[in-house]
Design a protein around this ligand. Sequence first.
Ligand code: SF4
Ligand code: SF4
Length: 504
Amino acid sequence: MTKTLIPNEFLVKIDHIRCRRCKRCILNCGFGVLNFQDRIVADHSKCVACHRCATFCPEGAIWIERNPLCFKPNAHWTPESIKAIYKQAETGGVLLTGMGNDRPYVNYFDHLVLDACQVTNPSIDPLREPMELRTYLGSKPNSLQVETVETKEGSYALATRLSPQIKLETPIIFAGMSFGSISLPAHKALARAAHLSGTLMNTGEGGLHRELYPYSSNIIVQVASGRFGVNQEYLDRAAAIEIKIGQGAKPGIGGHLPGEKVNQEVSQTRMIPAGTDALSPAPHHDIYSIEDLSQLIYALKEATRYTKPVGVKISAVHNAAAIASGIARAGADFVYLDGFRGGTGAAPTIIRDHVGIPIEMAIAAVDDRLRQEGIRNQVSLIAAGGFRHSGDVAKAIALGADIVAIGTAALIAMGCRLCQKCYTGNCSWGIATQRPELVQRLDPEEATERLVNLLRGWSLELKEILGALGVNAVESLRGSRERLRGIGLNQVELEILGVKPAGR
Ligand code: SF4
Ligand code: SF4
């Protein structure tokens, strides 16, 4: 076999004096890096820096370092681009990756700052005053009509027939992640945490495992191009239905779950033969126009007797605003916009890193367009794509989002180390894997608790932010771009985001 030219990205360092040879590191590594030959030895070439071994070594005798000088420094030919060429010269294939875009594009959230009350319009103390984070997912009417009901008290009743609404106790939901790409304990933890927190999880395109049935009222089910797991029961057991057209990490292309991850449980849930690759086509083969999309939206509404919101997920791309307008006019109750930092179980690196636009720009463009056309209330706007903390959430809502969906942050809460090797199925943390010995590492109880804590912490921080802004409901922040200022942005960027520069 020809020797690979790819140098090791990481070096596994072992302190053999402190090491007590318990071999726990060998057992914990999902990537087969470590071995015992009278002492622990490492095959550095396989290490992905998932840090499972370092976390579980009782002596702190193992750590991972970045290989310091794999290549001579070159500002144009970075180590990543040289390694990619070596890999393709050796394999002739498409390079895959997991998780979201990690390129150093401008992060607009980091160039936006929030306002705060001083002297006039006093701020509000969330510890003393009630703060409202409750949010409703669903299409809203532009006006309400009430009628007098003939009772002794002469009370009023709502005459306007409202579209189905889902009550959320926080404007943060979990993003779509399929069973198959992630493990059953991870899926269960997301469902239970959503249930306990009064919010929603999303099945992704992998069907709904029967163990998630008790949490139906907190689950968005996805109808994607592969139609995996879609039948009447699947639709009936959902709180809302999402037609997935695109995903932020891989706009314009389909999905591929390798056959090794399609075990008996995944096969039953997706309704495909075990061991076969689950291929999602790039387009839906029955959708080539807004009219076709409208037909599917109404078919799903008919199938569920108009009792659930039906929405459409798209990647944030150049003309997202026009597409979102078409989706609203096609009868959807919500638009789910996924920015280019959104995570994935597997995507071609070249697509993940070079296609799509940042979610900040997409939210602003879509919100503007829907307002200009007078159809903003027709849809709830869900934004996703690499939200890191409650500050990002608050800024997204101020830009115009109704709800924010988190995927990567939720996985990190469960233990993910962003090693980006989800597509290998070897996740040492039991998250992005179906290998039984790895899956059992993720305790769904503990993962649920961590997710609930994360949502609670972010929600409390959101209340703090609202209090500083002098408003007592998240509703009052929605689309309030006058409460944002830009730092280090040019005039065009400020115009697209609809914010003034700091100091104005
Ligand atoms: S557990 Fe992770 S960090 Fe440790 S040797 Fe294996 S791949 Fe590397
Ligand atoms: S889910 Fe697992 S494999 Fe994927 S990035 Fe996180 S730790 Fe790595």
